[in-house]
Design a protein around this ligand. Sequence first.
Ligand SMILES: *Cc1c(COP(=O)(O)O)cnc(C)c1O
Ligand SMILES: [Zn+2]
Length: 398
Amino acid sequence: MRPHTLRCTACGEEHAPERRLPRCATCGQPLDVVLEIPDGAAPRDGIDLFDRWRDFLPFEPDDPVVTLGEGDTPLLPSRRVAAQLGMERLRFKNETVNPTWSFKDRGTAAALARALADGADRIGTVSSGNMAVSVAAYGARAGLDTTILLATTIADEKVPPIAVHRPRIVMVDGDYGELYFRSLEAGEVLGIAFLNSDVPFRVEGSKTIALEIWEQLGRRVPDRIVVPVSAGGNFRGIVKGFAELMEAGLVDRMPALVAAQAAGCAPVASAWAEGRDRVEHVDHPDTIAHAIDNPFPPSGDQVLRLLSRYDGTAVAVTEEEIIAAQRSLASDGLFGQPAAAVPLAALRRLMESGGAGRSEEVVCVVTGAGLKYTAALAHHTSETLHCRLDDLAETLQG
Ligand SMILES: *Cc1c(COP(=O)(O)O)cnc(C)c1O
Ligand SMILES: [Zn+2]
């Protein structure tokens, strides 16, 4: 790997790159990879994510990368939704087309590359869905012993897409927020690299979303970016990507930042609204946007710090707004899972309250695919016609 350190996002303390626990030894807050970006840094030719973004990532060409073709996703201009909102420059970063249908694959590939560079032969994660599928798939591809820890409350339909890759699955009875920390500790002792939601190298993987957007817009940043937030790892990565482009002198400003949450589990948005600098545990998360229902986000405080440092805000939206936004995305041809529609719902809210302008160039990150969560499909039925074959023409005319 390229020389780098791990720096605390809160107190700034530097830690050696060998440190495996992803939190600061002094204050317990998350760590960021700190890396020198060379002069003249630019996307390179190459097929996989790590070749293309080598100048911005902590890997060397001979590091052992396992890829399934993650990243390089479309930045799709909105037609229908933009027209409805009276906007001209609304775009969707379509992360549903990743190998396991969510952005998690970027971070899994990066965190796995780090684990392999460390010589790990066992990996694991704690997840209620998308990350579990992603780590199980990459673990299978890499031929590694893979452990997936799930909460006993997981929906039945979410287990087979994990199990098909044959990891060891352990259902854990107990507090899900606490499981995040216990798994890291147990992994440290047992030699299992836990690629959890916001570990520093997972954040590096998410960084490539920002780098791609910059490139796709012709090496510019949008005016505003809207990201659904749960653990906070993806938000951190996207913001870090734009911040590093600025530090490298490749852009001269940051986009305005929006952390979007569901009102049924909004630890970041509530802390932001109340002016607190710490998230508080949400006791009974309740939202259709299951992928973003972490009740005590491990990077929540860091998301709040980033919102304060840059021009940021947090927005919580209702269940009705989420389902309506899922339908709006579909009207533009995109089918995202409920969590992936939360940014559009938040943007609509901001437009209505005057918090965002029609002339802005806005990117909503559509984080995961609609088929991930079929229970939400019940909200999207429509009337169907029936006919006999002989009556087909007549029926179509009517
Ligand atoms: C994991 C996930 C999120 C939230 O990302 P965090 O890094 O946990 O904040 C949002 N949407 C989808 C579809 C996800 O799978
Ligand atoms: Zn610290």
